[in-house]
Design a protein around this ligand. Sequence first.
Ligand code: 5GP
Ligand code: MG
Ligand code: MG
Length: 184
Amino acid sequence: MGSAREQDIKHILLTEQQISDKLDELAAQIDADYADRDVLLVGVLKGAVMVMADLSRKLKHTRTSMDWMAVSSYGSGTKSSGVVRILKDLDADLTGRHVLIVEDIIDSGLTLSWLISNLRSRGVASIEVAAMLRKPDAAKVEVDVKYIGFDIPNEFVVGYGLDYAEQYRSLPYVGTLAPHVYEG
Ligand code: 5GP
Ligand code: MG
Ligand code: MG
């Protein structure tokens, strides 16, 4: 049985509990690394909203502010081209700021790699990345990610912020889609 959206999920890769436990670990590392510094958390819309909400609330010693950016890869289809367009830029001035990019998933790494160099060129004091998921087998560029949640197989996943046609973002877990969803 289960709800309609649960029937669309083939396999649960990461449960709500696993995600929460991992974010506890990442938050502890971030707290230890940044201690008393002010950190600007930069979330990448829309996929990173869940990670941002949960990770930021687990930080106990890091002073944070939050800002958001929306980017889109030029080109068609589901593959990232590496040529990135800014749909919504940050409000914050990055000069002298300690920036922590908060990402949902690193696939080819092309988007993130572009983002890091774009933000770095704005005069940051430091820049690091926290990403919930990474697909090592899909990497096209090497990206230096300091805080990583889980390495996952090279499969399309949804949930916990990640969408398929703007659906499934609100699922509390990460799962793969049943073929009937994308085969129509
Ligand atoms: P990259 O430039 O690393 O190839 O692309 C990263 C972006 O592609 C992610 O931020 C995410 O929006 C999207 N993406 C990559 N893999 C997946 C996936 O398995 N599921 C979903 N829903 N989006 C993905
Ligand atoms: Mg993303
Ligand atoms: Mg998407």
